[in-house]
Design a protein around this ligand. Structure first.
Ligand SMILES: Cc1ncc(COP(=O)(O)O)c(C=O)c1O
Length: 468
C-alpha cells in the first residue's frame, strides 16, 4: 500500500489524496488472498488432526520464549503469521478438535459455526440496545426460542446468551439474591466450581448439601436448610462435571416453590441431550425452575463461547440488570438483551448458533448426540467386561467414570502415561475419595476406532504399570 502523502493537514485543507482502495494505517493484508490462505489452513488443520498428539509435550514458558519481546513496528506478512501458527502455536495446542480428546467435556466447533464466527466478526455488531443492532438482538431472541423448543423447555421462557455458564450462573444468583434479600445458597458437593465462585464473588453464604448413593443432592437435607428461612437460592445440576449425576430437580422444585426460593438449574453439558426424547427423564422438574443454563459450546457443536440462559422470571433479571444511561436512551419500544445480564456490549453470538441449527437440523444433532452416547456405552461395556477394571459411577450420558482395580497412585500413573503417549487425552476426578478416570465422548469426529484405540492404550499402560 502506498504511504499517505506527507501533506500537513489543517482544517482548511479539505482535499487530501486518499490511498487507492485502502485507508490510512491499513494492515498488510488482502482479504481474498490472505483470507483464502486462512481457510485453506483450517481445512488442512482439521484433516491432519488425527495424526497430531492430542496433548502437547512441552514445558510452561516455551511458547513465549519463541515470541519476540515487542510487537513489530513494520507490518509483517500474513504468510509469516501463518508460518508461526504452524511452527510455534500448533505444537503447543491441546487439540480440543482431536477425535481422541476425551477430557473435561469433549466439545466440537463445527465447520458452519466456525464460518459464522468469521461472518460475525465481519459485521462486528455490538448489541447493547436494540437500536445498536436490531438483527443481533432479534436473532438472539428468536434462536433462543428455537433452542428452547428443541430442548423441550416451556414456551414462555425468556432466553438470552452469556459467554459461559459461569456468567450465566452468576447472573441467576444475582437475580435470586436481589429478589429474596436472603444470603445462603445451597448446592451439591458435585456442583461445578463456578457455583461456589459466583457465591464467593457475591459475598453470599455457600452451603454444600450432601448427596445420596447415586451422587444426587438430598432433598431431605435441602428441606431442613430451607426451614431456616435464610436461603436465597438452590442450584441443582443435571449432569455434574465429575460424574454427570442428575440432581432430583422435580423434588427440589416442589420444595423451593412454596418456600419462595429461587431454583437455578445448571445443565451446562447434559441439557443438550434433551434434543433426544429418550433423555427427557433428566429434564423432569426443570420447567418449574426459575432459571436454567445450557451451554451450546459444550455439546451443541458451537465454538466457545456460547452459553444459553433462560428464565421464567425475566422481570427479576430486568430489575437486577437494567440500567440505561442517558446516552443510550431511545424511544424504541424494544427489549435490549443487556437488561438481562452483567455485560453491556454483546457480540453477535447468536449467529453461530443459528447457522449451526440450520446447517445440521434437529435430526443430525440428535444423531450426533446419540452416537456419542453409544460410543460411551461401548467403552463402558469393555471396561465392565474386563476384571482388571471397574465402573465407578453410573453412566447417564456420554461420560464414563472408571478405574483400574489398583491403588490411586497406579491410576494416576496410568493417567499420566496415556496422556504422555499423545494418543489420547483423559482427565480424572475423585469419587468416594478414590481416584477415578473420566472418558468423555463428545467430539463429532470421534469414531468407534478412536474409542477402541483409547481402550487399547489404557490396557497397554495399565499392564506396563502393573508389571513395574
Ligand atoms: C456442569 C457444569 N457447569 C458449569 C460449567 C462451567 O462452564 P463454563 O466454562 O462455560 O463457565 C461446567 C464446565 O465444564 C460444567 O461442567
Amino acid at each position: 500500500m502506498a504511504r499517505p502523502p506527507a501533506t500537513p493537514k489543517t482544517w482548511s485543507h479539505v482535499s487530501v489524496e486518499e490511498p487507492a482502495g485502502s485507508y490510512y494505517g491499513a494492515p498488510r493484508f488482502d482479504l481474498l488472498t490472505d483470507g483464502g490462505a486462512a481457510l485453506e489452513w483450517v481445512a488442512k488443520y482439521l484433516e491432519q488432526l488425527p495424526e497430531l498428539p492430542v496433548l502437547p509435550q512441552i514445558e510452561p514458558g516455551s511458547v513465549r520464549a519463541q515470541l519476540p519481546a515487542s510487537a513489530p513496528d513494520e507490518a509483517e506478512s500474513f504468510a509469516d503469521v501463518l508460518r508461526d501458527l504452524d511452527e510455534i502455536l500448533v505444537p503447543a495446542l491441546t487439540h480440543w478438535q482431536h477425535p481422541r480428546f476425551f477430557s473435561y467435556f469433549a466439545v466440537t466447533s463445527s465447520e458452519p459455526a466456525m464460518v459464522a464466527e468469521f461472518l460475525a466478526a465481519a459485521m462486528n455488531q455490538v448489541a447493547f440496545i436494540w437500536r445498536s443492532s436490531p438483527a443481533a438482538t432479534e436473532l438472539e431472541q428468536h434462536v433462543m426460542a428455537w433452542l428452547a423448543e428443541m430442548l423441550g423447555l416451556p414456551e414462555h421462557w425468556h432466553g438470552h446468551s452469556e459467554d459461559t455458564a459461569s456468567t450465566s450462573t452468576l447472573a441467576a444468583l444475582i437475580a435470586a439474591r436481589d429478589e429474596s434479600g436472603r444470603g445462603a445458597v445451597l448446592y451439591s458437593e458435585h456442583a461445578h466450581s463456578s457455583v461456589e465462585k459466583a457465591i464467593r464473588m457475591l459475598a453470599l453464604e455457600p452451603r454444600v448439601i450432601a448427596t445420596d448413593d447415586d451422587f444426587r443432592m438430598r432433598p431431605d437435607l435441602v428441606e431442613s436448610e430451607l426451614a431456616r428461612g435464610d436461603v436465597a437460592a438452590v442450584v441443582a445440576t443435571v449432569g455434574t462435571t465429575s460424574i454427570t449425576s442428575v440432581d432430583p430437580v422435580d423434588a427440589l422444585a416442589r420444595l423451593c416453590g412454596p418456600a419462595g426460593v429461587w431454583l437455578h438449574v445448571d445443565a451446562a453439558y447434559a441439557g443438550a441431550a434433551w434434543v433426544c426424547p429418550e433423555f427427557g427423564w433428566s429434564r423432569s422438574g426443570v420447567a418449574e425452575a426459575d432459571s436454567l443454563v445450557v451451554n451450546p459450546h459444550k455439546w451443541l457443536f458451537v465454538p466457545s463461547d456460547c452459553s444459553a440462559l433462560w428464565t421464567r422470571r425475566p422481570e427479576a433479571f430486568r430489575r437486577a440488570f437494567s440500567l440505561v444511561p442517558e446516552y443510550l436512551r431511545t424511544d424504541d419500544d424494544a427489549d435490549s438483551l443487556s437488561d438481562y445480564g452483567p455485560a453491556l456490549g454483546r457480540r453477535f453470538r447468536a449467529l453461530k448458533l443459528w447457522v449451526t441449527l440450520r446447517c445440521y437440523g434437529r435430526l443430525a444433532i440428535q444423531e450426533r448426540i446419540r452416537h456419542a452416547v453409544e460410543l460411551a456405552a461401548l467403552f463402558e461395556h469393555w471396561v465392565a467386561a474386563d476384571e482388571e477394571w471397574e465402573i465407578s459411577a453410573p453412566r447417564h450420558f456420554s461420560l464414563v467414570c472408571f478405574r483400574w482395580r489398583g491403588s490411586d497412585e497406579e491410576n494416576l500413573a496410568i493417567l499420566e502415561a496415556v496422556n504422555a503417549s499423545g494418543e489420547m487425552f483423559i482427565t480424572h476426578t475423585r469419587v468416594n475419595d478414590r481416584v477415578v478416570l473420566r472418558l468423555a465422548v463428545g467430539n463429532a469426529r470421534t469414531r468407534e476406532s478412536d474409542v477402541a484405540h483409547a481402550w487399547k492404550v489404557l490396557c497397554r499402560e495399565a499392564r506396563r504399570i502393573g508389571e513395574d
